[in-house]
Design a protein around this ligand. Structure first.
Ligand SMILES: NC(=O)c1ccc[n+]([C@@H]2O[C@H](COP(=O)([O-])OP(=O)(O)OC[C@H]3O[C@@H](n4cnc5c(N)ncnc54)[C@H](O)[C@@H]3O)[C@@H](O)[C@H]2O)c1
Length: 385
């Protein structure tokens, strides 16, 4: 039996519900208390889930809490994670780790110095879909991967998020910070670390309109570029073209395609846990489908179409597995897969992509990390209910 870690949640917004749902799937953590700078949000969350609401400082100082689950907005991830570590708590944050590498590196060093665990979403790469793709890549089914294409492009969150401004804010806004973590983590999981990036950007419309919630109809200013087209060179030599955009009404491309010297492979949505992987080894041949809906973290548990274009109507969502895997690693003194080195490297690629696109100059990626190990069925079963 695993130890059940006591988790304190900071940031009781939109995504919190998904993490409470994770109690249904995983056996080794329990969110026992919550806090938010907005008292109304923490009280509502506490009432909904039958837990206690505290002030942020009281939660950080609470002697019962062992891990802080940081679900605040991106620009608050750094300060909340830093305070958690300073208060001797392990911390697991939503993506990205921070909004710049300076803050990310400080967190990484602080966690090392304090001998505490630091973990970050995304954990979607641990899902059946992306793990099946990893298995096929590592078995060299498509040979040596030389090239690839990846895309996330949709009209933006303003239509379905009641507080969309942070996605368009100057320092922490834009599609690379928001969706980059999913795509880049999935690519690093498949190909290993990246070494260089070049890119271009586009600033879309100057104002957007909130489409939902109490402020529906209100216009707000877009303060950042909303489209990035980049080319990333990985340490293993693979070159990947990545499009990240909030300016595309619809498209019909695959999320990630990898091209090797023996064939091609389609990787399912890196923002989700399930989906099929496909391979094709001969021109004109039918693509071979590898279903993942019978894998433990690939089983469909979502049956409602979200407002997001490019997302399948049914899928698997096991967000929280990164937190459960981290808790398991704390107990068993292992390195967690969604670890600080990986999320710092991804943050470095994010920042380098934005700089390369802004300056028009290729950027060397200074950090590196280990490619995460395949997440075996045996390991997954240990943390599943
Ligand atoms: N909404 C989604 O679909 C989704 C999906 C995956 C990941 N995420 C990530 O989850 C994080 C949260 O997203 P969300 O949609 O829940 O945002 P949200 O705006 O709905 O909620 C964030 C909450 O954090 C609180 N907060 C902000 N700064 C704080 C601070 N310094 N201390 C304490 N509380 C603070 C806010 O008051 C708010 O209640 C983001 O990093 C986002 O990228 C969101």
């Amino acid at each position: 039996m695993n130890k059940v870690f006591k988790v304190g949640l900071i940031g009781c917004g939109h995504i919190a519900e998904t993490y409470f749902r994770a109690h249904k799937y995983f056996n080794n953590f329990k969110i026992i208390k919550c806090a938010d700078i907005n008292n109304h949000a923490s009280k509502k969350c506490a009432k909904t889930y039958g837990i206690k609401a505290l002030s942020v400082n009281d939660l950080l100082n609470d002697s019962e809490v062992e891990i802080i689950l940081n679900l605040t907005i991106p620009k608050a991830h750094y300060i909340v994670a830093k305070k958690s570590l300073l208060n001797n708590k392990h911390v697991y944050s939503e993506k990205p780790m921070a909004i710049n590498t300076k803050d990310g590196l400080e967190l990484l060093k602080l966690a090392r110095r304090k001998k505490l665990y630091i973990g970050n979403a995304p954990d979607t790469f641990l899902g059946g879909g992306n793990q099946k793709a990893k298995e096929l890549v590592e078995k060299k089914i498509i040979g040596k991967i030389n090239l690839g294409n990846a895309i996330f492009a949709f009209p933006g969150v303003q239509s379905y998020h009641p507080n969309p401004e942070p996605w368009f804010a100057k320092k922490e806004g834009g599609p690379v910070i928001d969706m980059g973590p999913y795509y880049l983590t999935a690519l690093v999981n498949l190909l290993g670390p990246a070494k260089e990036v070049s890119g271009s950007l586009m600033k879309g419309v100057k104002k957007r309109t909130i489409g939902i919630g109490p402020r529906k109809g209100k216009k707000f200013k877009v303060e950042c570029p909303t489209t990035y087209l980049s080319t990333i060179v990985f340490e293993n030599g693979a070159i990947i073209r990545l499009t990240l955009s909030f300016d595309v009404i619809a498209h019909n491309r695959n999320h990630i395609e990898l091209y090797g010297n023996k064939g091609s492979l389609i990787v399912p949505d890196p923002n989700m846990f399930g989906g099929s992987t496909f391979t094709c080894k001969k021109i004109g041949e039918k693509w071979k489908e590898y279903k993942t809906n019978k894998m433990p973290l690939g089983k469909i548990n979502i049956r409602t179409q979200s407002a997001r274009a490019n997302e399948s109507p049914t899928n698997a969502n096991y967000r929280g597995v990164g937190l459960a895997e981290m808790a398991y690693c704390i107990e068993n003194k292992k390195l967690n897969r969604c670890n600080g080195e990986l999320s710092y490297h991804v943050l470095d690629i994010i920042q380098s992509t934005m700089k390369a696109s802004k300056t028009g100059k290729k950027q060397k990626i200074k950090s590196t990390c280990n490619k995460p190990n395949y997440f075996s069925q045996k390991e997954i079963k240990k943390i599943l209910r």
